[in-house]
Design a protein around this ligand. Sequence first.
Ligand SMILES: Nc1ncnc2c1ncn2[C@@H]1O[C@H](COP(=O)(O)OP(=O)(O)OP(=O)(O)O)[C@@H](O)[C@H]1O
Length: 303
Amino acid sequence: MSNLGSHALRAAPPVASQPAPVPRPSRPLGRPGQVSAAYSPDAPDSALLQVDGVSLEYRTPERVVRATHRVSFDVHAADRFVLLGPSGCGKSTLLKAVGGFIAPVEGEIRLDGHRVRAPGPDRIVVFQEFDQLPPWKTVKQNVMFPLLASKTLGRREAEERALHYLAKVGLDKFADVHPHQLSGGMKQRVAIARALAMQPRVLLMDEPFAALDALTRRKMQEELLELWDEVRFTLLFVTHSIEEALVVGNRIALLSPHPGRMRAEINSHDFGLGSLGGAEFQATATRIHDMLFEEEVEEGASP
Ligand SMILES: Nc1ncnc2c1ncn2[C@@H]1O[C@H](COP(=O)(O)OP(=O)(O)OP(=O)(O)O)[C@@H](O)[C@H]1O
């Protein structure tokens, strides 16, 4: 795994909703095979997850905030699909919508061809916060809990599965300790084991390593990739770090600043931890950065 450098991107300040006819843009980044303008509106319906023209809004008594505007992308089985964009572009909101916690005001989200209408055990979220594990439960009980609460498994099978996934994240020896006895990275490993134990159709991760120190973050990226090699889960991963996106993802959706729109889709199959520091990796990171920077300048320049 790798740690991440931090091409942290900053967005323009939030503005109110501004619906406009923006049909599925995508923008080539250059080199064939490395980075491509990839959004394909005519792609076959074989995708596991389809986000189709999705606009998301928050309504407060004072105003309506449009978080994303007509965003479309497809995620295929075993993809490591990354949502990358500046702060406030709606990445977390998109993840919440895929999770079924927020309904689109426009467009729809489909999982296995069925419209997502509510949360379900087929979509499990791992958050950034370390306090996502109930502190009164042991590590093993934490991992077992969703399996039991959703009646996915009986107690014995749930325990077996919990230990299986704890072993996968290297924490089987910590099964009987409580979360406060663990480091931040270990807590995130428990959260990942708990999510994978549910064997979701899609694992949703919202900046899961952002609160970790740089070395631990790199290590966690590495472990996530190793885990993916073993389990081949489907991942939808949110980050605002370009390097993390290139390392973790095989495909990256680049979102423009608030409200988030699809700016480009980038093929990052060829990059991994070993690419860090390499010329191609750096050039791609720079091009992504420039695209986002350009957008911000354009936005800032407009009245
Ligand atoms: N509960 C809320 N009520 C009103 N507006 C909200 C709410 N949550 C988010 N927003 C707004 O929606 C927009 C998208 O927020 P979101 O958190 O999805 O962005 P993000 O890309 O995940 O940002 P970050 O990288 O900083 O987490 C922002 O303008 C934000 O201010």
